[in-house]
Design a protein around this ligand. Sequence first.
Ligand code: SF4
Ligand code: SF4
Length: 453
Amino acid sequence: MNKSKRISGFREDLCNLCGECLHLCPVLKLPIDEAKEEVKNLIAGKESRYALTRCNTCFSCNLYCPQHANPYNLILERWNDLYKTRGAPPLYRFVCPTEQSNIWQLLNVFLSNQERKWIYKWMNYVPKPNDTPLMIGNYTHLFPFILGGSKLLDYFKPIDRIDQWEGAAYLYQGGYLDLVQRIAQRTKNDFDSWGVKKVVACLDAVDYIFNEVHPKEMGVEHAQDFVNFNQWLLGNINSGEIQLKNQLNMDVTVHDNCYSKTLGGAYWEVPRELLKKSGCHIIEMKHNRKDSLCCGFGAGASWVKNISIIFDIISQGFKKFKEAEETGAKALISYCGGCIYLLWAAKELKRSKIDIFHLIEIIRMAMGEELNYPYDHKRRAWDIIAIMTYSLFLSIIRKNFFISKITYDKELSTFKPKKYRLLTLIRYTFNLSLIRYVFSKCFLILMKILKTR
Ligand code: SF4
Ligand code: SF4
């Protein structure tokens, strides 16, 4: 039984209703008086005119608040209240590993044999007390080729537990706070039963969730040390343990993900150092670090209509692309595996020429490892666009729902897929470049009609 107590991250006692948070917000940009009014309404639990239906859950307002009152957490609390009354939208099953037709279950249809081998090994390995598990995580699972086969994995025991929900990092961003607490307890039970002392998280988001959110907001203390993968990489490159033989000499721009804005920005500089050590020249986007725009994923948190969610997400992602393209850089670099899958889908739909790499891929190229770029990413982007399209069709006939189970059901096992004939047909048609072109055009037209912001 879970006896821990959840504590809100919002500090009402510190808030003086100045409105700066929503006034400076790069998405809402509310006039100061409206910003003050909106904060007052959010605190009182009254109707919100803007934040709950337009916020991209990007964390920036926590950095803007001069009082350190954590206004972002106020928005999360109100979304948590909303979830209790209206549930989650049908399309949200997409990212719920315990619901039928989630993205991991559907993607299994398209995994290559090599990807299956990697994933099977990572999903079934049970760590021993002296192991250092590397949490592959739900989003890197979608792109196993980013890490699969790399020498970097020799330093760890990679494990992939989809029902650890990335420590509930993405549920937290959607304001599903009571579920976050249950998952915090679930992950604690896993780690304790393995007896491990150290855990390495691929994502800064997961590092932050385990180190900060679980103990401080969810009342769940972990006994393990959590190691940040990017910091581990930098330390080992600096010590000469990992050698970067190839200087890439590439102009790049950097996407700072939402979670990178936590801890006062402690996550921003390590990826930039790693890029410089790989021979990349960084050209910053207009909005970077504390003002960075979301990849689009966060637009789903402030959903208004189920039918509009995908269009809202991709349209917000396009804003990021516009800024990235304006820099003239050859490539956009993400150090978050969660952003990568949406950025690649948006790139293909926008037919953007800019390359997109995960930071790990940059390091691997600098180490002299071969990647099958861009083929693997392009193939996966259209797998995911097919899954999004299929899920959108399914969601039209489904109702809002409440997430009851947090533990993965064997029936949903990634290795027992159904046939999904319609999904396979959609994906098959995307092999034709003319169909991809027509689909992208139609998507853009529908986006103009259906997006809510
Ligand atoms: S989380 Fe980001 S988008 Fe949402 S209100 Fe704060 S600054 Fe604005
Ligand atoms: S949360 Fe901070 S920035 Fe927002 S109104 Fe309160 S004190 Fe001002």
